[in-house]
Design a binder for this molecule. Structure first.
Ligand code: ADP
Ligand code: MG
Length: 694
């Protein structure tokens, strides 16, 4: 058997492989392309392509594909074979430099949110050499960005790369102010913790709701839910253990640093955390991780649910986006450090993040808004829809001291002077563990916890990077000409803390009193996707993205359109699935049980036996059936109305205000019927079977 070290990265065309297989000069050029975003010469691209092809063919590949992330949220690929005919009727295996660096998938069936109407339908993909090529299912996958010929980004990756570049530029300006002459690049790093559910494949196959929508649309809670919290970090079941081992092996082969795995709070919920890496690579890896999870689960007779809310009444799944900034010299810029100089730089960056989150809270909320995530955010679950920043008591004490010109904890000085004083050590474990905070400082990074489990992390990170870049730009503009740097720095941090401290909140984010307090503080609280999206094109947001060239106005408009369209379509499918299940499976089953009961009543009474249970249940069921049927009809009528609304923004509102409440009423009627129906008649696997069945 191969060791983990041998397995790790065996399906990746990484630095080690390139070093071994490329001529020295070409290898150097590739490394330069990776480190400094320099384009590769066409000669070098040909050499790389050929080496890549040889490597892939040796590993049994016959096809290659450009692998990209269109705005659907999942990844796309179109396989081409390496085979190329020769003059004498033979074939050779070939990958040209041009095939490596540029592709032309037919873009017309990917969502473009109007970009297609205005611009050419065709798009092209362009190689992103910073993310290594890899082999998946015998196909060489080349990570690419996807753009229209007019240059508009048709994917999630291009804006992310732009935002990283913008942040790099502004962060370098700020670092210069602190004399970091050796730093030539700053990259954002991300470690996304991925939550998921595993259910038995047999049970899954019997539920149309899981098949069509990824979540259960009906189902009453079993007597035991998650209240005992005995699942969290509990012993992992052998079948799940086998899945996790297999999953790790598959991820390691792809060079993905999957490390920790444990059970989550809900029964049959689990989490996987990778070791963090540069954001664009982390994005690719997270997309791959989700795909591999689903595939490996099937091999084990399981289904992996990545939906944000597979089960009502049970915790949903999120993705914690651990985010930081790292220099090419290996310094984590959100590490507080232990000298006055390191502390000062840290505090400025910290303040920049605080201010960015405050000023662009609506945009951050939008970046994680989806039909699935609406079940978590704003539904009394982790975390709330209100964005706030948690610093932990030690760092909060420092911030308070700076704001009010006071001494900080344990100091005998009169006041805390940035750039002169040394901060007290900030113990890591006291900074974490406020699990209710949507945006928490956890010692040397921020953890953005509002992402849904199925979200592509590119978008929230694009927003975060750009917002922070904007604030750093303002800081650099102010401080670059300063003649009294230490003093001006202190004043800047102090005034920005004063101006943005409303976003700092260290209490319990689930508490109702926080909702009220947040409102008094003027923080926004968009509970639903349609509400959040109302701010998508606010002037401030458009200005942010266009001024830095991260999104053009048209690109933003297209993303809003696609987001709303997706929301409408998903909920439309959910509503139709409910109608289908209720009408074709559940109500008929309850009705058969009711008629069996009616027969029993006759039989029992003719034998002069008591039929109290049968009669009571029958009357519960018949009135329940009537209610459910009425709710079903109302939903059907409202769906028909909703389908007529052409404008997606209006339709999304209609869905939120009319369709979702209809779905909720139908569900509650059906769930009540489930409680009174003979289990043998119930046509789909129950929550108990799904949640405790693995
Ligand atoms: P836990 O949250 O369980 O205490 P850690 O805080 O060590 O564990 O890490 C959680 C996640 O944060 C991991 O995916 C880890 O790789 C990631 N992480 C740690 N440091 C950074 C960093 N500097 N930038 C981005 N992500 C990071
Ligand atoms: Mg965490």
């Amino acid at each position: 058997m191969k060791s983990t070290a041998e397995i790790f990265g065996e399906n990746v065309f990484n630095v080690k492989v390139m070093k071994a297989r490329l001529p020295k000069e070409v290898f150097k050029e590739v490394m330069k392309a990776i480190d400094d975003d320099q384009p590769l010469s066409s000669e070098a691209a040909s050499v790389v392509a050929n080496a890549m092809k040889d490597w892939a063919v040796e590993k049994g590949c016959t096809h290659f594909t450009h692998w990209f992330q269109p705005m659907t949220g999942i990844t796309a690929e179109k396989h081409d074979s390496f085979i190329s005919p020769t003059d004498d009727g033979q074939v050779i295996l070939r990958l040209t430099g041009k095939e490596l660096t540029q592709g032309e998938p037919d873009a017309s069936s990917f969502p473009s949110g109007g970009l297609r109407a205005t611009f050419e339908a065709r798009g092209y993909t362009a190689w992103d050499p910073t993310s290594f090529a890899f082999i998946k299912e015998g196909v060489l996958c080349i990570p690419t960005a996807f753009c229209s010929y007019g240059g508009e980004a048709l994917d999630k990756k291009t804006p992310l790369l732009r935002s990283m570049e913008v942040l790099n530029k502004q962060a370098l300006r700020v670092l210069k102010l602190f004399g970091n002459e050796d730093v030539t690049s700053v990259k954002t790093t991300v470690g996304p913790e991925q939550e998921y559910f595993l259910v038995d494949a047999e049970g899954f196959k019997k539920r149309k709701d899981l098949i069509y929508t990824g979540r259960t649309l009906f189902g009453k809670l079993p007597p035991k839910g998650q209240e005992m919290e005995d699942h969290y970090f509990g012993a992992i079941k052998p079948r799940v253990q086998a899945f996790m081992k297999d999953l790790n092996d598959e991820l390691w082969k792809l060079g993905i640093f999957a490390t920790t795995e444990h059970n989550e709070v809900a029964p049959s919920q689990h989490e996987l955390a990778p070791i963090f890496t540069t954001t664009n690579i982390a994005t690719d890896h997270n997309q791959l991780t989700m795909e591999v999870m689903k595939k490996v689960a099937k091999k084990h007779g399981l289904e992996c649910l990545l939906h944000e809310k597979p089960f009502d009444g049970v915790n949903g799944s999120g993705k914690h986006n651990n985010w930081s900034l790292s220099t090419n010299t290996g310094v984590n810029l959100l590490e507080p450090g232990d000298t006055p100089y390191e502390n000062a730089q840290f505090l400025l960056l910290l303040t920049a993040v605080i201010r960015a989150v405050d000023e662009y809270q609506d945009m951050l909320r939008i970046s994680v808004a989806s039909a699935g995530n609406d079940h978590r955010l704003g539904a009394n679950e982790a975390p709330p829809a209100i964005i706030s920043v948690f610093l932990g008591s030690d760092l909060q004490a420092v911030i308070d001291a700076v704001e009010n010109d006071l001494p900080y904890n344990g100091s005998d000085k009169e006041t805390l002077k940035i750039g002169v004083d040394v901060l007290p050590p900030l113990p890591k474990d006291t900074t974490d563990r406020n699990r209710t905070s949507p945006f928490a400082f956890t010692g040397n990074k921020f953890e953005f916890r509002m992402l849904g489990s199925s979200t592509n992390i590119a978008y929230p990170n694009t927003v975060l990077n750009t917002a922070v870049a904007q604030i750093l730009k303002e800081y650099a503009d102010k401080l670059e000409g300063s003649s009294d740097f230490t003093n001006d720095l202190h004043k800047l941090i102090q005034s920005d803390i004063k101006a943005h401290k409303r976003i700092l909140f260290n209490g319990n984010g689930y508490d109702d009193s926080w909702v009220k307090e947040a409102e008094e503080r003027g923080l926004s609280n968009s509970r639903t996707t349609p509400d959040a999206f109302k701010h998508f094109l606010d002037e401030k947001n458009v200005e942010l993205f266009t001024s830095h060239g991260v999104y053009s106005k048209t690109e933003l408009v297209s993303r809003k359109e696609i987001g709303l369209e997706k929301y409408c379509k998903l909920l439309h499918i959910e509503a139709l699935t409910m109608v289908d299940m209720a009408k074709q499976d559940i109500l008929p089953a309850v009705s058969s049980y009711a008629s069996t009961l009616a027969d029993s009543v006759l039989t029992l009474e003719s034998a002069n036996a008591s039929a109290v249970f049968e009669k009571d249940t029958l009357s519960e069921l018949t009135s329940g059936l009537t209610n459910a049927y009425n709710a079903l009809n109302k939903l059907k009528e409202d769906i028909a109305q909703s389908e007529k609304i052409e404008d997606f923004e209006k339709r999304a509102d209609n869905i939120k205000d009319v369709i979702i409440p209809d779905m909720d009423s139908l569900r509650s009627e059906v769930d009540a019927l489930e409680a009174s129906t003979d289990a043998a008649y119930w046509p789909v696997p129950t929550y108990g079977e799904l949640l405790f069945g693995v």
